[in-house]
Design a protein around this ligand. Structure first.
Ligand SMILES: Nc1ncnc2c1ncn2[C@@H]1O[C@H](COP(=O)(O)OP(=O)(O)OP(=O)(O)O)[C@@H](O)[C@H]1O
Length: 273
């Protein structure tokens, strides 16, 4: 692979929690512009990989290198968790994390926070610089609202919205940070078939129209097959196989890993392409 194609690389990544080796020497690369998906039975270590990238956890060994800055690779473990968004990495969570009692618009404006460069006193006196930044933020947020079809919900309080809409709002908030890489943790969980189909559509739009790369953890194999360029299957903390969705789904080691979890195996088969 040409080095300039790589946006993020995880090398020999391990993390141990007491006696549990949650991630064991895992390596993968996310290329610019692709949708790369981590699959695997429950407890495989997928969310832990996300938490390592977001710096919620620190790896016991190994490295995560970010190539989002033009020339200079950045070792993520040398950065504090609050600096990760500023580097251009945004994420959604398995359990939606939004300000429940704020409106959709306010949640999205909070998502713009990392782009505010105005400073406390300029904000207090509402200087022309502050005003310009405010207008720019509003315009960017409105564009995301249009893209994800959230116009009807702009002024609704998040707590009153159906679960499926809240999932889209969380996606919108992540997009408002203008990321280069979007981490989606189980975007289809809790969604019905129709909402999952919509989610696939949004992910494809985000990749194709906005040119944002996506790293996703997902169980729904029909969604995985529809949107992923490449897939990495994990089991018990280890990388098992990688390739296109159909290559990975028919890999003997992957099928065997899912055999240990019958429910998970049926989800693997449902999405077979
Ligand atoms: N903070 C923690 N402390 C102790 N053990 C942890 C911690 N976080 C994760 N683990 C353990 O690490 C292993 C991998 O968990 P992880 O949540 O990453 O799996 P997963 O592949 O995302 O599973 P699922 O599909 O069910 O979300 C599990 O055995 C889990 O119990």
């Amino acid at each position: 692979m040409i080095a300039s194609e790589v946006l993020l690389s995880a090398r020999d990544l391990s993390v141990r929690f007491g006696g549990v080796l949650a991630v064991n020497k895992v390596g993968f690369e996310v290329r610019r512009g692709e949708v790369f998906t981590l699959i695997g039975p429950n407890g495989a270590g997928k969310t832990t990989v996300f938490n390592l990238i977001s710096r919620i956890y620190t790896p016991t060994s190994g490295q995560i290198v970010w190539h989002g800055e033009d020339a200079r690779p950045v070792v993520l473990t040398e950065h504090a968790p609050h600096e990760i968004a500023a580097l251009g990495i945004a994420r959604t969570f398995q359990n939606i994390e939004l300000f429940e009692h704020a409106t959709v618009l306010h949640n999205l404006l909070i998502g713009r926070h990392r782009h505010r460069r105005t400073g406390f006193w300029r904000d207090v006196f509402f200087t022309p610089g502050t005003r310009r930044a405010e207008i720019e933020s509003r315009e960017k947020v409105e564009r995301v609202i249009d893209l994800l079809d959230l116009q009807h919900h702009r002024d609704s309080t998040v707590a009153g919205l159906p679960y499926g809409v809240r999932k889209v709002v969380e996606l919108a908030r992540a997009l408002c940070t203008e990321p280069k890489l979007l981490l989606l943790d189980e975007p289809s969980s809790g969604l019905n078939v129709e909402e999952t189909a919509d989610m696939a559509f949004w992910i494809q739009d985000i990749q194709k129209e906005l040119g944002i790369s996506v790293l996703m953890v997902e169980h729904d194999m029909s969604l995985v097959s529809k949107v992923s360029d490449r897939v990495l299957a994990m089991n018990m903390g280890e990388a098992l196989a990688s390739g296109t969705p159909s290559e990975v789904q028919s890999d003997g080691r992957v099928v065997e890993a899912y055999l240990g979890a019958v429910d998970d195996l049926s989800s693997l088969r449902r999405g077979r392409v």
